[in-house]
Design a protein around this ligand. Sequence first.
Ligand SMILES: *Cc1c(COP(=O)(O)O)cnc(C)c1O
Length: 346
Amino acid sequence: MPDLSQQFASDNYSGICPEAWQAMAEANQGHQRAYGDDEWTARAADHFRQLFNTDCEVFFAFNGTAANSLALASLGQSYHSVICSETAHVETDECGAPEFFSNGSKLLLAKTENGKLTPQAIREIALKRQDIHYPKPRVVTITQATEVGTVYTPAEVRAISAVCKELGLRLHMDGARFSNACAFLGCTPAELTWQAGVDVLCFGGTKNGMAVGEAILFFNKDLAEDFDYRCKQAGQLASKMRYLSAPWVGILQGDAWLRYAQHANRCARLLAELVADVPGVSLMFPVEANGVFLQLSEPALEILRSKDWRFYTFIGAGGARFMCSWDTDEQRVRQLAADIRLAMNA
Ligand SMILES: *Cc1c(COP(=O)(O)O)cnc(C)c1O
C-alpha cells in the first residue's frame, strides 16, 4: 500500500474536491461537442463573468506554466521584456516557458521583500534603459498570493497598475493561489483584478481542489485576440474540454472555491501559531495565505525527513515551506507542529 497520509510539501499533493469530482461525473454523460464548443465550457465561462462581475474573455489551459507563459506572450512582442519579482514562479519554476512561448521576451528581475513587487521597483527597472540595445519593458507580472505566501492588497495592486499605465506597461496576475488571496482579504475578485487595473489573470484551479486546469481571464478583451490559436498551437486546447471546464462549474456555482481557500489559510495560520513559541524556529514571512515558511535548524530538517515529512526548501527564499490545501486535516497540522517542536528540541 502506498502511504496516503497528508503532506505539506505542496498544495498540489491533495486530491480532487467533491464539488469538482461531482461536476466531472455529471459532464461524463453521452456525447458532447468537442474543443470547448460544449455547454459545460460555456457555463464555466459564464460563472467567471458572474463572479468577476464583468464581461471578460475566458480560456482554459492544463496548467499554470502554460497559462502564465501564453498570457505573457500575448501581452508583448519577442523584443519586449517582462518585469517580475526574482522569486516569481515564471522566473524560478517554469523552465524558461515564458521566454520560449514569447519567442524570447526577457524577464527583468526585481529584488523584493516578502515576494511583492513595488511601484518603485517597477519604475526603476522600466526606466533603467531606454535605448535600442535593451529589451523594451512592456509587461509587469505579479503573483497573487505570492510565492512566499503573502498577499497584495487592492490598494497595492492599484498603485502598481497606476505606474503601469503611466509607463505603458500591461499588468498580468499569476493567480495560482488567487482564491487564497481573496479568502485572506475578504474582498471581491473584481476589486483585486480589473477594478485595480489588472489586464489578464491566470486563475488557478489545481491548487484549490481541481484535478487539473487553470483559467485565463482577459479583462482587457482586445488583448485576447487570437489567444485561442495561441493555446491550440501550444498544445493547450483540450479536445474533450468539458472535463477541464466542468470542475470550474462545480467549484464556482456555490462558494466552494472560497470556502476551501479559507480552510487552507486557516490551517496555515494554525501551524504558524502552534510553532510560534518553539525555541529557534523563526517565521520567514507573514502567514497571509496557505503557506508557512519556517527557518529550522539543519539537524531538525533531517529529523523531520526521517519521520517521513515532505517539504520543499528551494522555493522562495529557502527555509522549509509547508503548504496547506483544501482538504488539510487539522489533526495532521497538530502532528506536524508537534514533530517540529520535538525536532528542534532534540
Ligand atoms: C503552482 C504554481 C503555478 C502553476 O504551476 P504548474 O505546475 O505549471 O501548474 C504558477 N504560479 C505559481 C505561483 C504556482 O505556485
